[in-house]
Design a binder for this molecule. Structure first.
Ligand SMILES: Cc1cc2nc3c(=O)[nH]c(=O)nc-3n(C[C@H](O)[C@H](O)[C@H](O)COP(=O)(O)OP(=O)(O)OC[C@H]3O[C@@H](n4cnc5c(N)ncnc54)[C@H](O)[C@@H]3O)c2cc1C
Length: 438
């Protein structure tokens, strides 16, 4: 009899359990709640939405919307229940979270293939095929176990994400490519500021509202090298000009001069379509981040694919430890799914639970595991989190910049809606081919 352990009945674990159960696999689904909570969950129900009740857009020309359509093509078990619990929310797909998690809990508890075990897992039995889907707030005991399994350097506890920008939206009449002291190839994009521009930027930064940290996050100390930009700025008006915005060694060839301050952007993906803003990890609210970024010369029309965040988040070093199939490189019995893999967001968590469930079933049947094409949003996410070339790996959510580039003329490229429609059609075709194989 084939048997799988799943640790965590959150969004990813619930989807993975239902995927395996519908294929006739017996699942032991371990969940520590309600006896032990994470600090963010409020109930003992499965697949609980811990914060907002929105999954973002369902529009196929939106990156998160496309991911949902792909999940439907791959027969997600949670998607139909999301629609059953849907509440009106304009363009967003929002749900009655209580109704949703009650339905999932009932469905799972009544499933003859799923044995629910309400218990904190403190040890990983690597002899049994296991999906670890314990989420961003994995319990301390299990965190220690994962550390032992993967190695200490392969586990992180805090997001410190700087915003990520689409390169195509940067104004290169103002920005220039150069490495500090002209070393090596010109890898960095530099946005120069004069005194007036810097002061305007500084005032927005210092006066912007910040996101309140949750109670369980307040004890988390920031590393000095990873301080939020607003904390650095609060130390004095020139601190940033001697820190991440220092202009030295960045002579602008067009003027032959050093600028008053320079914002640098570093390549973020292999295709060089995404750049992160160096040193801009932040707790500013998203509206303020947008205002701040758009005040930077060259970034006035920047398309921000990922806002900066800093919060507690347990995630593994997927680039060094996972395959795009979500199988661990260290032990074939062990798969990871959900936010712990370094994807971020409700939809993304369910989507990786779906893939882990399907691939675990393939693994049990000695079939080749699915590695999705990066023409699909889910495939592109898997490729991003397992890409070994990241300088500093930080979680990511769905965005257009990670998809494989597609040939199109300049006019189409500039028409965002048309461009996204073409990318979405290609993704759905790829998803249909895969769904024929599962
Ligand atoms: C505070 C907070 C707010 C967030 N808000 C949003 C938001 O508004 N929108 C959004 O898109 N994303 C949000 N996220 C990110 C993410 O989408 C959610 O955390 C999502 O629930 C992750 O899904 P998951 O399945 O990976 O983990 P979870 O849904 O957290 O599921 C993990 C499960 O594992 C259980 N578990 C942990 N350790 C053990 C153990 N040792 N033994 C047994 N069970 C265990 C937990 O109790 C939990 O039920 C938020 C994250 C956090 C932390």
């Amino acid at each position: 009899m084939k048997q799988v352990n799943i640790i965590g009945a959150g969004l990813a674990g619930s989807e993975a359990a239902l995927q395996l159960a519908k294929r006739g696999i017996n699942v032991n689904l371990y969940e520590m709640r309600p006896d032990k909570s994470t600090g963010a969950h409020k109930t003992g129900n499965f697949a609980e939405f811990v914060c907002s009740n929105s999954l973002g857009s369902y529009d196929i020309t939106n990156a998160s919307g496309l991911l949902k359509h792909e999940m439907e093509e791959l027969s997600s078990e949670l998607m139909p229940l999301i629609f059953e619990a849907k509440v009106p929310a304009g363009g967003a797909l929002a749900i009655d979270r209580t109704l949703f998690s009650q339905k999932i809990t009932q469905l799972i508890e009544n499933n003859p293939f799923i044995n629910v075990i309400r218990k904190e897992v403190e040890e990983i039995n690597t002899d049994i095929p296991t999906i670890i889907a314990s989420g961003p707030l994995t319990s301390e005991a299990l965190t220690k176990e994962i550390k032992i399994f993967l190695g200490e350097e392969y586990l992180f506890f805090f997001d410190a994400i700087a915003p990520i920008i689409e390169k195509d939206s940067i104004d290169f009449n103002k920005a220039f490519l150069l490495n500090r002291y002209n070393k090596g190839t010109a890898d960095y994009i530099n946005c120069p500021m004069n005194k007036e521009e810097y002061e305007k930027f500084y005032n927005i930064l210092i006066n912007s509202p910040k996101i309140e940290l949750k109670e369980f996050e307040k004890n988390a100390a920031f590393f000095e090298s990873c301080l939020p930009i607003e904390v650095l700025a609060s130390r004095g008006i020139d601190t940033l000009r001697y820190g991440p915005l220092k202009p030295v060694g960045l002579i602008d060839k067009r003027t032959g001069l050093e600028n008053y301050a320079v914002v640098q952007l570093r390549q973020d993906n292999k295709a060089a379509s995404l750049y992160n803003i160096v040193g801009f990890q932040t707790n500013l609210k998203w509206g303020s981040q947008k205002e701040l970024i758009h005040s930077i010369p060259g970034l006035e029309n920047a398309n921000i694919v990922r806002y900066g965040v800093m919060h507690r988040n347990t995630f593994i070093n997927s680039p060094k430890t996972l395959n795009p199939s979500l199988q661990s490189r260290k032990n074939k019995n062990i798969f990871f799914a959900g936010q712990i893999t370094g994807t971020e967001g409700y939809t993304e968590s369910i989507a990786s639970g779906l893939l882990a469930g399907i691939n675990m079933w393939k693994y049990l049947n000695n079939e080749q595991l699915i590695e999705l094409s990066d023409e699909m949003m889910l495939g592109a996410l898997m490729k991003y989190i397992t890409f070994e070339g990241h300088k500093s790996f930080q979680p990511i959510n769905s965005n257009w910049g990670i998809l494989a580039p597609m040939e199109m003329d300049k006019k189409t490229k500039k028409n965002k809606k048309l461009k996204n429609e073409l990318l979405a059609n290609r993704a759905i075709n790829a998803a249909r081919i895969i769904s024929g194989k599962i």
